[in-house]
Ligand binder design. Sequence first.
Ligand code: AMP
Length: 529
Amino acid sequence: MKLTESYWPAEPSITIEESTVGSALRAAAEQHGPRPAMAEGTPGRPEDRRRWSFDELVADAERVAGALLERFEPGERVAVWAPNLPEWVLLELGAGLAGVVLVTVNPAYQARELEYVLRQSGASGIFLVPEFRGNPMAASLEAVRPSLPALRESVSFEDWDALLATSPANPKLPDVRPSDPAQIQYTSGTTGFPKGALLHHRGLTNNARIFATLTDVRPGDTCLNPFPMFHTAGCVLGVLGTLQAGACHIPVYAFDPSLMLELAETERADIILGVPTVLLALLECPDLATRDLSRVRVALSGGATVPAELVKRVEASFGVQFSIVYGTTECSPLLTQVRLDDDFVDKTETLGRPVPQTEIKITDPETGKIVPCGEAGELCARGYCVMTGYYDMPDQTAAAIDDEGWYHTGDLASMDDRGFLRIEGRLKDMIIRGGENIYPREIEDLLFEHPKVADVAVVGVPDERWGEAVAAFVRPAPGEAPTEQELFDHCRAHLSPQKTPRHWRFLNEFPLTASGKIQKFVLRDQFMG
Ligand code: AMP
């Protein structure tokens, strides 16, 4: 099929099931009962790690559901504020069975941010760890609690066994429908302001199953998951994807390259997930030379621009097939994916094609009209996976989902005549210099190819003459100190003058969201400050 305009119809090669988190869990347990379903992703001896079979997973999740229903009604919101613990996963599955809506909270949040999400979601309960990576979470909760009258219960994950003990022997679980809300996820804030995407069971379960099918996750595989649980990449693609494929899921407790490599070797991982920053850190980790990763079959990345150079390096160093995924929280999240048998150029340079059952179009942001193939515009998506809306924010919902059901991602992308998509940047990140549109991605890719550059972000900064000017923020490769002039010359050799960065900043660390994305608005603020 050769397209002329940038529109991809929903393709039915994988069917949509009327499933819920609970029905997906039960189906997996029926089919894979004694197989390994989950192992704790902590350092140390493999025999000391806690493990669950599918039978044990469903039994524990039912007890969690029973305990939740002693405290909450179906439909009530309950927050989870913790790193990637196995109990996080059990709570997700238990909440799914109980019809309780899980509000996922970033463990890096400070008291004010916590207060915002608990208030905005009207949460009646919270599960938390007392502290994580120096963040005094229990103390923060106590500080904001007096101003949150709706919050009735708080449960520490340290009291998990006591919680399970409160479940009746055979809890009566409610009927949960596929269209019922399953989670509220606060979007990660690369643009600054958090909104709670209300996601339904049908969207999450089907999206994860489609992902696992395209990624070729097989029964008996082991899948290493460092994506944070509070994000759909972690708790949907990671948890519900491996679950429905009959594979063993390892939530990596906290991202640390040595731990990832240790787990990959000792747990014999077949599949590794991670945002680009995570994969980059694995490549830079000295332990890479001594760890046996020969079993790893697929490495998968997304959530932020994946530089072509990184794909090449990962494929070469790990000897794996690489797949790039693209999606947004609001779409449960997966929208497009590189197929494992796509050719090398498509694999390294595109976001792949739309996944089954998802309509995609690229529109002119001014007129809303579909643009011809090859032209950049806003990527819009429609289908089973689109969120119900932003929780209790009708205006923001109407701004994001139009009357015809299209979700407007705010991403600039182009589609070629085969349906392969390329990301050009964020609508808001697009730099307009003297009326000309400049897409940071093109400049970032070029800089990433320079051997002295480890990581880079290009942003538009105010400029009196041109409106905006191009600024490049560079993290040098270990042991290197590139000069402005040599990077400028490298860009100028391949780019027209207006795209060549005029401002250069070198830094050792980028400001990242907790899910590992560079916060360009922070860089812009730093530049101006
Ligand atoms: P979130 O809702 O936090 O998952 O963020 C979604 C946004 O991340 C998208 O709208 C894109 O801007 C960005 N994103 C996700 N996947 C990719 C990818 N593979 N390449 C480039 N940007 C991506």
